[in-house]
Ligand binder design. Sequence first.
Ligand SMILES: *Cc1c(COP(=O)(O)O)cnc(C)c1O
Length: 384
Amino acid sequence: MSNSILLAPGPVQLHPEVQKILSLPMIHHRTPEFDLILKSALTNLKFVFQTEQPVFMLSSTGSGGMECLLVNVLNPSEKVLAIINGKFGERWADMAADHGAEVIRHQVEWGKPVAMTDLKKIFKDHPDIKIVLAQACETSTATVNPIQEMAAFIAQTEALFLVDGITALGAYHLPMDAWKIDGLVGGSQKAFMLPTGMSFVSFSEKAWKKIKTAQAKKFYFNIQNELAANQRGETLFSSNVPLIRALDYVLKRIKSHGLEAHFKHIARRANYTRSMAQSMKLELFSEAPSSSVTALKLPSQIEGVQFRNDLEKNYSVTVMGGQDQLKGKIIRLGHMGYITDQDLHQTSMRLSRCLSDYKFSINLNEIESKSKTLLEHSTQEGQI
Ligand SMILES: *Cc1c(COP(=O)(O)O)cnc(C)c1O
């Protein structure tokens, strides 16, 4: 079979240059050569976070970054409001509960964003909420929350707003300072276009005031110690040299294109996917779709788990299915990472063929010409 295509919403396909960088000989993390790379990457991370605050890198997956944000600002038994629009929202709520917080779980119907009226009402009922947790993009449903409005509201309270930007930060506009986000986390295998294994976090000034006294237990994730290490030009523990070298490359590429062009390019993939899905008569699942990942409803006569496996086995295209209540009902296609127009086109063709295998009526010629036209008539500017 032809080349394999990985269109999961993480891990994502790697840029050829990133693959080369990852295979370079190892160097020690306490060397002048690495010092420069670390410094450059730490500085350029601020560009993607759109913050003046220091940004930190952790050798943990995204969930570690979420825990780091939480434990550095939490006092056990404090009231924490967790917005739950899917799997990752549940995870953060569980984490807060494990660290002793009194968690208010606000369940939002999957595929919908949280309503501002609900958020305000919860604060009216619980004016002593100290921390709010939410996903910028809930990857399990490909849905975005209204982070800008939420942050503007929470900024007027004493609560801190922690945002999981793992499939948002670096994929679309999420300016930490301008929107008054108090804690923001990104993940390496998602919008940062790297292998799995690192997360990136930053805290607002309002959060830093609380960090000094927050009592939740932490050792590895103690951000005050990490800050002190960064100020000495080091990371607190051994640096993830291969990933940081690759990160430095990716950040420089994004910077040279500019955030705007980079975001536009990712949105172009999302628009392409939605447009092609329409021709395949596959409906969007989310009411507030993200440009970093698209969830498509599968027709009811198709058994989704089997379909996804067939797409992988017979057509070498890896996408993600749904989890829990969405198992077998949707497929999710990621738009982050290194994705060429050829990958997009091939995905449309193979997905269509797989749908026809399931006796789903589809006009392959029409799909092919539409895909070519769409790709030819939009600019590739911003391709990383
Ligand atoms: C992938 C992801 C995470 C973290 O997952 P890890 O496997 O720990 O990297 C957290 N939140 C969201 C929204 C994600 O997409």
